[in-house]
Design a protein around this ligand. Structure first.
Ligand SMILES: [Cu+2]
Length: 548
C-alpha cells in the first residue's frame, strides 16, 4: 500500500516534470521531408515484385512529430501513374485541400509533377498513417506510419519504450492488374497472397526472414499496431503475452481491455502495453493472421499463406539479444487449429464497443437537440456482373477531371448536391449517421475530417435500424469510443455521431479498398458557405491538368 502511494507521488512529480518539458515541445516545429515516389524491385516475403516506394524504401519512411507540429512534405511523382497521399485520421482543420483525395479535394499528382502537403497537427496525437488515395494504389506499397507524440500522454509513465508493428496484406500481382479484372467481372474480392509485419513476410520460404521486435526483461513496452491493408482484417497474438489496449485511432483508452488476441481492421490503429517476462528462457512468436470473411477452406486455396510471423526478442538492459535462437518451431504445431481458435476468440474478445476512453466524455458528446440530423445509409451490393456497392441504392463515382472542392468554389454546389452520395450538413448541426450493413461481410468504415462517437452497434446478424427497431436501440452516451475507423458488423447497424464543426468535403468510405473501388462511399458537404469564405481567396484556379 505504502509503496503504491510512493509510486503515485513519483508519477505525479514525473508528470509535473513532463509539463515542464511540454513548454519546450510546444514550440511548434515544422517536419519537412521530400518523398520521391517510384517503382523499385524488392522481395519482402521472398517473392520479388515491383513496389511503389517512397525514396526506394520499403516500408516507407515513418513520420514522427510532436503534437502541434506542422508537417510539410513535398511529394515528387517519379512513377508512371497519377498519385496522391491521404493523411489517415488527420482532421485537416483549415487545410481541406491537403486531405489528398483526387477528385474530391485535389487533382491527382501526375507523373513528373510534385505537390506540397502542408498541414498542422493541431491538438491531435496518437498513432496514424498515410497512404495513396488514388485507386487501390497503396496496395502496391505507397503508405507509411505517422506518429504524433503527446508529451502529456496519460499512459506515458507506464511504459519505457515503444515500437511500431505495421500489419499489411500483400499481393504478388500488382493490385492495379487485379482491379481491372475485379471491376469488369463479378469475381469476389481478390484475396492477398500473404501478410507482412513491418515489411517482412514468409511465403514458401525454406530459410525464412522475420521482423525482430524486441522487449527488455521486466519492462512494459508500448506497441503501436497499425493495419495498413487494402483488404485484410488481422488477428494478432504474442505467444504467452497479453496486450492491454490503451489507444484506439488516437483516442486514449482506460486500459480495461486486456486481450490475448487483437482483431484489427484495415485503417484501424491500436496501442497495447506488453509486460516483458522477468526471467524469460526463450524468445516468442508474434503471429498475425488474415481473417477471411468466410472460412479458410472456402476462401483460401493452398497457394495462399494467411499467416505472417515476427519474433519477440528478449534483450538485456543494454538492448542486446539474450537468446540466439528463434522461438522453437514446435510451437507452430497445429497452426491451423491455433489460428482458427484465435480468430474465433479474437472476434469474441475484441468487441469494439467494449473499448472505452480514459476520461468519460459525457460532457463532450454533443447532445441530441433540434439541430440533430439523422442520416440513414443502407449499404448493399447492387447488380451482379459486375456488382457495385451502393448506399441507398446509389453508387459513389466522381470525375477525376475536376474536384468537388473546385466545383464548390466555382459556385456549382447544386451540381454537387444533385449527387445522391453527397449529403449537405450545416454548421453546428449534430449529425447522427446510421449505417445498415445489408451484407454478409463486415465493413470497416473510415470518416475523413472528423472523429465520431460510436453510440450503438449491432452484433452480427442482429438486424437493422428501421422505423420500428430503432426505438429499442440504446445509445451509449456515457463512454462511447471516439475514433475515425470502425467496423460495421454483417447484417446489422451502427450509429455514430459527430458535430459539424470542421467545414469541408469529407469522404466516408469502406476501408476494404476493393469495396471503395466499387463505390462504397459517401461524401459530407459540410458548411459549404464557410468553405467558400475560407478557401476562395487562397486557392488559385483549377490546374490545367485537372480539367476536361
Ligand atoms: Cu467494405
Amino acid at each position: 500500500m505504502m509503496s503504491n502511494i510512493i509510486l503515485a507521488l513519483i508519477m505525479l512529480s514525473l508528470q509535473k516534470w513532463q509539463l515542464g518539458v511540454e513548454a519546450v515541445f510546444n514550440k511548434q516545429q515544422v517536419y519537412t521531408a521530400t518523398f520521391h515516389v517510384q517503382w523499385f524491385n524488392a522481395s519482402p516475403d521472398g517473392y520479388e515484385r515491383q513496389i511503389l516506394s517512397i525514396n526506394n524504401q520499403f516500408p516507407s519512411p515513418t513520420i514522427i512529430v510532436n503534437r502541434g507540429d506542422v508537417i510539410n512534405i513535398t511529394v515528387v511523382n517519379q512513377a508512371s501513374e497519377a498519385i496522391s497521399i491521404h493523411w489517415h485520421g488527420i482532421t485537416q482543420r483549415h487545410s481541406l485541400h491537403m486531405d489528398g483525395v483526387p477528385g474530391v479535394t485535389q487533382c491527382a499528382i501526375l507523373p513528373t509533377q510534385s505537390y506540397v502537403y502542408q498541414f498542422n497537427t493541431n491538438e491531435q496525437s496518437g498513432t496514424y498513417w498515410y497512404h495513396s488515395h488514388s485507386g487501390i494504389q497503396y496496395g502496391d506499397g505507397l503508405k507509411g506510419v505517422l506518429i504524433i507524440n503527446d508529451p502529456n500522454d496519460p499512459w506515458k509513465n507506464y511504459y519505457t519504450n515503444e515500437e511500431v508493428l505495421q500489419l499489411s496484406d500483400w499481393y504478388h500481382t500488382p493490385v492495379g492488374v487485379l482491379l481491372q479484372a475485379y471491376v469488369t467481372s463479378s469475381m469476389e474480392d481478390p484475396i492477398p497472397d500473404t501478410g507482412l509485419i513491418n515489411g517482412i513476410g514468409q511465403f514458401n520460404c525454406k530459410i525464412c526472414e522475420y521482423y525482430n521486435a524486441s522487449i527488455q526483461t521486466g519492462e512494459t513496452k508500448r506497441y503501436r499496431i497499425i493495419n495498413t491493408s487494402i483488404y485484410a482484417a488481422f488477428t494478432l497474438t504474442i505467444d504467452e503475452h497479453k496486450m492491454r489496449v490503451i489507444e484506439a485511432d488516437g483516442t486514449i483508452l482506460n486500459g480495461d481491455m486486456c486481450v490475448r488476441s487483437l482483431r484489427i481492421n484495415p485503417g484501424q490503429r491500436y496501442s497495447v502495453l506488453v509486460n516483458g517476462k522477468r526471467n524469460p528462457t526463450r524468445n516468442y512468436w508474434i503471429r498475425a493472421t488474415i481473417n477471411p470473411f468466410r472460412m479458410f477452406n472456402e476462401k483460401f486455396n493452398t497457394s495462399v499463406q494467411p499467416n505472417v510471423s515476427a519474433i519477440l526478442q528478449y534483450t538485456n538492459n543494454n538492448g542486446e539479444y539474450i537468446f540466439a535462437q528463434s522461438p522453437p518451431m514446435t510451437t507452430f504445431n497445429n497452426v491451423d487449429g491455433i489460428i482458427l481458435e484465435l480468430i474465433t476468440s479474437g472476434m469474441r474478445s475484441m468487441d469494439e464497443s467494449n473499448l472505452h476512453p480514459l476520461k468519460s466524455n459525457t460532457n463532450r458528446i454533443p447532445n441530441n437537440n433540434k439541430n440533430t440530423k439523422t442520416i440513414v445509409l443502407n449499404v448493399k451490393v447492387l447488380g451482379s456482373s459486375p456488382g457495385y456497392f451502393a448506399l441507398n441504392n446509389s453508387t459513389f463515382s466522381h470525375s477525376l477531371n475536376t474536384t468537388l472542392l473546385y466545383l464548390l468554389l466555382s459556385d456549382s454546389e447544386n451540381q454537387l448536391l444533385s449527387d445522391k452520395n453527397i449529403g449537405l450538413i450545416e454548421t453546428n448541426e449534430i449529425i447522427d449517421v446510421v449505417i445498415n450493413n445489408i451484407d454478409y461481410a463486415p465493413h470497416p468504415f473510415h470518416l475523413h475530417g472528423h472523429f465520431a462517437w460510436i453510440l450503438a452497434s449491432g452484433k452480427t446478424n442482429e438486424g437493422f435500424y428501421n422505423e420500428t427497431m430503432h426505438r429499442n436501440i440504446k445509445y451509449n452516451l456515457h463512454n462511447p469510443i471516439y475514433r475515425d475507423t470502425w467496423t460495421v458488423n454483417p447484417n446489422t447497424y451502427i450509429v455514430f455521431r459527430f458535430k459539424a464543426n470542421n467545414p469541408g468535403i469529407w469522404m466516408m468510405h469502406c476501408h476494404n479498398d476493393w469495396h471503395l473501388q466499387l463505390g462504397m462511399a459517401f461524401v459530407f458537404l459540410e458548411s459549404p458557405q464557410n468553405i467558400k469564405r475560407y478557401y476562395k481567396g487562397q486557392m488559385s484556379s483549377i490546374p490545367s491538368h485537372c480539367m476536361h
